[in-house]
Design a protein around this ligand. Sequence first.
Ligand code: ADP
Ligand code: MG
Length: 699
Amino acid sequence: MKEAVSSIYSPIDKLETVGPKRAAELNKVGVFQISDLFYYLPRRYLDRSYIGKIASLKDGQETTIIARVVNSELRRGRRNRFHLYVTDGTSYLTCVWFSKLTFWLRVFKTGEWLALSGKVTRFEGLQMIHPEFDRLGENAEGELVHTGKIIPLYPSTEALTKSGFDSRGFRRLIIKLIHNYKDKIEETIPADIITRRQLMPLADALAKIHFPDNWEILYQARERLKFDELFFMELLIALRKKHNHTDSGGIRFSKVGDRVKTLIDNLPFELTGAQKRVIREIYTDMKSSRPMNRLLQGDVGSGKTMVALVAMLIAVENGYQAALMAPTEILAEQHYYSIGKTLQPIGVNTVLLIGAQNKAEREKILDVIATHQADIVIGTHALIQDNVEFNNLGLVIIDEQHRFGVIQRARLREKGLKPDVLVMTATPIPRTLSLTVYGDLDVSILDEMPHGRKPVLTKWRSNRQRSKVYHFLRDQVAAGKQAFIVFPLVEETEKSDLKAATDSYEKMRNSFFRDYSVGLVHGRMKSTEKESVMSAFKNGQIQILVSTTVIEVGVDVPNATIIVIEHAERFGLTQLHQLRGRVGRGDRQSYCILIAYGELSAEAQKRLDTMAATTDGFKLAEIDLELRGPGEFFGTKQHGLPDLRIADVVADIKLLRTARKDAFNLVANDLQLAAEGATGTRHHFIKNYRDKYDLAWVA
Ligand code: ADP
Ligand code: MG
């Protein structure tokens, strides 16, 4: 026998009406414990006071009706169609579908109730064409009358529906849940905050979000649940930040060192004002005893590498090693060559560690690192493998940090003893997101381009204009410039995309660009091959480089002034901007030409127009965020942050600010959440966020 009422944290099958089979289906949608069911939120609501009666509907009216299925049939004619006949007792209505006819034939059951929304038209009686619908079950009528005015509709799957969890099944289960378990819900927000912010108590909110008395109460319930999510996310951030800021066990890099000055004096260019300022900010961190945890944001081409180089040299001057991790081998190699070349004359020893090196080579490099013969180590993920042992690692730099997960960044950090950490990114974070995504980092921004840069001229063209584009490209190359032609490769394993790139390469090489030297680089080539193609491009032997998106991040060849991006409609804005950043790195006018294929969606069109209109990375990021929404734009998981189910960091920015203030206040006064009023907060945090806190000091 099951207990009548279990703990709210018991597995879901402790509920009377949930056996192992139904539990398994619920597990699949994230419901494991009884408490999770409270958070299985309605997808939308029906307002019964706005539900029309068929008899009084007018031609052209947009409405929702609740009606029972009477019959259905396929109708043949000039256009084949599927007819579904329904009634609500006042009259009859026909729903019409013109496509997927046999599919629809199997969907509906005679006698079941549906909520149907759409536009009513009069054509041989009343009809709705392709209505939106929700299935309410077979005895919906009686039940709905008792549900109240606002009826919750739940997300469901075919498998759930089979186990009895259609919208109605969920409603019945949740009504019972609220009845038996509402009183067991522990309040998660301290009472003084509840009062000050006039929040609905959690138990009420979790009941009313399912069965609200009216829209105002639903709004309040939602606000309360949103506040919870945002508050705990900010609490996590506040704890991380506090933890980091009270740690005084880091390294003091006490001097800048003579060679730093020598280096800067001998650069072929003057540092930008922004570079100087950021270097000062970084050095202030480095000489303090608190471990640095800083993010360097700078648009593509703003000169982040130079800043990283100076920071690394400071570490070396103080007797420490420095490590720089990059997301691709091409980028690691490029950093290795340019940094090595700059530092070698002043006696700093740099090594490269990447996966592609053979065993003997690798053994030697590992030894050079472990014995501190190398001052600076540059590499890929290879750096974080177990057998890599540093000798006094004092500074860790992570380039294009969004390409790495939290764990990988933590691993590199753990190779040293509380080393300073600098993460760099060229993906600007819109201000709205910076409160959350980087809420626990100190931020430096390179907001100035090196002197003499001209914005890249960007155009988009349809593939019918392709030969014109290629003529232009040929003229430019004839005039001594170099070009990229990029093909999309969503996954390095997508064979068909890869084939498109290699086929086009063969074609170009043998026909249109016959008189030029054309190279090919993609992610599935051997490292040594990639390396030799890249260096041939760098020193001008290759004039046109056909590539997949492996060149997306960081590749720096200032003489390349044209980039043609094929199938540009397939790329996101951020990625297009990154790719475009491969040109415009010198002082000559550069061009980016986006080639789009086929019919474009409105969103794709907007992306391409935006690219043509602006080269400002921050502006682009804001628009990208608008187009894609925050979840897509920036994976919260990557940052070790919780997923938000109901709140939206952009739309709910005001609530976010309030929640942030309250969370930071709480932590400032009570780091352990030990006060009596915070008991529920502590419990909830430990239960749901503890694992993320353990990644606390991971930038
Ligand atoms: P990103 O910020 O995209 O990583 P890089 O560090 O690769 O940019 O720098 C882009 C190019 O600008 C490089 O060729 C670099 O040598 C050059 N550069 C960096 N700082 C300056 C400067 N102050 N003046 C002129 N060129 C610079
Ligand atoms: Mg870079």
